[in-house]
Design a protein around this ligand. Structure first.
Ligand SMILES: Cc1ncc(COP(=O)(O)O)c(C=O)c1O
Length: 316
């Protein structure tokens, strides 16, 4: 089946629109690296608008398959971001209730998107950040273990598996032996862990680079500065071949550049991914090696209209 037909197929459920995202060549922002191709996988084309639709679907399907999630249980997790939207979308489509715990001070937009799906929100102490939200989930689950399925994206192996069986396979399907490098940011680390494991199994070597914020206090939402964070259980530092650190300003500026030059309005973690991919491409070009670098567009820029740009130093 041609790629055109794959994109225009008829679907029985919204969950069948998850995955098979397009791969776009970046011509303009990568022109500083002649001889090297740079591609970005457009994960914002998933129906929930982000890369997190993949792990949410796999987490829910795997839990249904082995009986951890049943119709009388509520899926619960601590998230105010893209994963919350993804759980809400997949949960609704498959007929399961979703409850999210988030700090009371998250933006109205974030509360509104998830509530639009019928998701119940529980608010935690804004002074305790995301750790406070996690503590409340753990307390609720401990009090009524039979009532909940705790999805726990940071520890759930279904998260990287979604990328092992999805993102990695799709990249190889699109590019085959052409791909030489893969670059993606570390949040839960699911994207890097799963995709890298699949690309490392390819018959030709693929050098896989993890992107981390350069500073502990950063404005690259979705990414984690591992040294100063609670390290996700699914993160294995021996999996990526290299770690590149990207500053908040560089990520934000690249997000502005790809909007202005490529017509692609992306979030700041995507700006950081593309900044690192272009830096790597320039290195290869200067060494006269050529290559094909693939990175990921995690979500769209309109998810960040609040807080506004003047809050660039906001810490997530
Ligand atoms: C905007 C954004 N970028 C990057 C990531 C990181 O992806 P992963 O959790 O697979 O490491 C996330 C994950 O929450 C995200 O929401």
């Amino acid at each position: 089946m041609s790629r055109r037909l794959v994109r225009s197929r008829r679907l029985p459920s919204v969950i069948d629109a998850i995955g098979n995202t397009p791969l776009l060549r970046l011509e303009r922002v990568a022109r500083s690296a002649p001889g090297v191709e740079v591609y970005v996988k457009l994960e914002f084309a998933n129906p929930g608008g982000s890369v997190k639709d993949r792990p949410a679907l796999r987490i829910i399907k795997d839990a249904i398959a082995d009986g951890r999630l049943t119709e009388d249980r509520i899926l619960i997790d601590a998230t105010s971001g893209n994963t919350g939207v993804a759980y809400s979308l997949v949960g609704t489509a498959l007929g399961y209730r979703v409850q999210l715990v988030m700090p009371a001070n998250v933006t109205k937009a974030r509360k509104d998107i998830t509530q639009a799906f019928g998701t119940e929100l529980v608010y935690s102490d804004p002074m305790e950040g995301s750790d406070g939200a996690i503590k409340i989930v753990q307390k609720l689950v401990a009090e009524e273990p039979d009532r909940y399925f705790y999805a726990d994206q940071y520890s759930n192996p279904s998260n990287p598996l979604a990328h092992y069986h999805g993102t990695g396979v799709e990249i190889l399907d699109a590019l085959g032996d052409r791909i030489t490098h893969f670059v993606a940011g570390l949040g839960t680390s699911g994207t890097v862990m799963g995709t890298t494991r699949r690309l490392h199994e390819h018959t030709r070597p693929v050098h896989c680079v993890a992107v981390e914020p350069a500073e502990a206090l950063h404005g690259l939402e979705g990414l984690k500065h591992m040294e100063s964070s609670i390290v996700p259980a699914i993160f294995d530092p021996s999996v990526p071949d290299e770690i590149l650190r990207v500053g908040t300003e560089d990520g934000w500026d690249m997000a502005d550049r790809v909007a202005a030059e490529e017509g692609l309005h992306v979030g700041h973690s995507t700006g950081a991914n593309i900044f690192a991919a272009v830096q790597l491409a320039e290195r290869l070009s200067q060494e006269g090696r050529g290559g094909c670098v693939v990175t990921v567009a995690c979500d769209r820029g309109d998810r960040y209209f609040a807080p506004m740009k003047w809050e660039r130093r906001y810490t997530w």
